[in-house]
Design a protein around this ligand. Structure first.
Ligand SMILES: C[S@@+](CC[C@H](N)C(=O)[O-])C[C@H]1O[C@@H](n2cnc3c(N)ncnc32)[C@H](O)[C@@H]1O
Length: 262
């Protein structure tokens, strides 16, 4: 896949960072208890910045497999003591020292085998350490259903291939709990459905163009990509009608979980 586009990603930074704030608020660790925190899938450093603010005395490492995102993160947080960024694939990542906090906001949904990764990440924590994760839970939303429908309905269908298989299936909340519980002394799992007011159908497409749409449009050439996005935007326009003030409400369910290692 092509690299991420940090500028496009941060266009909706406030909305994307809000779940990281709410996830961090549920982490039951005091500042002095964390010497090392890791932000998996740190992206442009927005979530890493929050972790560093919450645990001022800790070393914080941001991990990502996108050079463009790591460059944006390093630029954003240049000069902050105790912070560093490393290029690595989360799926194979093993810390040199056990971190007291593993934080992952909007990143682990890209792993093909979350059911294997969650117990693995829990096992990397010392006793009393915390795993805190938020993953979008929107594969059944119109935004994502329409990606699959657009993919199947156009001349691009063969190039895109198995649209349903492009994203790993979502894990139900009870399944996540069952994966964490054997290694956890305490676990908290919850859902939030955000309702983001968006200025236009085009803005919704732009939001998704930097994330969930990437596996669909990446295999296409520029003309194919533009045609796909036009078709998709027309479907989004119909699925998210203007509200009383003319804005569109983008419903965005997210699954959160925090667990402490026993
Ligand atoms: C949606 S962004 C989240 C960024 C940030 N954590 C936030 O709170 O907004 C997902 C990030 O995960 C990274 N990512 C996806 N799969 C990855 C993997 N297997 N290993 C490392 N990073 C990965 C992407 O490069 C991207 O920067």
């Amino acid at each position: 896949m092509s690299d991420w586009n940090p500028a496009l990603y941060t266009r909706f930074e406030a909305e994307r960072t809000r779940p990281a704030v709410e996830l961090l608020a549920r982490v039951p660790l005091v500042a002095g208890a964390v010497q090392l925190a890791v932000d998996l899938g740190c992206g442009p450093g927005n979530s890493t910045e929050l972790v560093a603010q919450r645990f001022p005395g800790a070393a914080v490492i941001g991990i990502d497999n996108s050079p463009a995102m790591l460059e944006a993160a390093a630029e954003r947080l240049r000069g902050r003591p105790g912070l560093r960024f490393e290029l690595a694939d989360i799926a194979a990542w093993v810390p040199a020292h056990p971190p007291q906090l593993i934080f992952a906001n909007a990143a682990l949904q890209w792993l093909p085998d979350l059911q294997r990764q969650l117990p693995r990440l829990m096992a990397l924590l010392p006793v009393g350490g915390a795993l805190a994760v938020q993953v979008p839970d929107n594969l059944d939303e119109p935004s994502h259903r329409l990606m699959r429908e657009t993919a199947a309905a156009g001349p691009w269908a063969a190039k895109i291939g198995d649209a349903a298989g492009l994203r790993a299936p979502r894990l139900a909340a009870h399944r996540v709990y069952d994966l964490l519980a054997p290694l956890a002394g305490w676990a908290d799992v919850w859902h939030t459905i955000y309702q983001h007011p968006m200025p236009s159908a085009r803005a919704i497409v732009d939001w998704l163009r930097s994330t969930g749409l990437r596996p669909f449009i990446d295999p296409l050439d520029e003309a194919g990509r533009e045609a796909f996005l036009r078709d998709y935007e027309a479907r989004i326009d119909a699925a998210y009608p203007a509200r009383a003030d003319g804005l569109r409400l983008l419903a965005f369910p997210r699954l959160f979980f925090v667990a402490m290692r026993r």
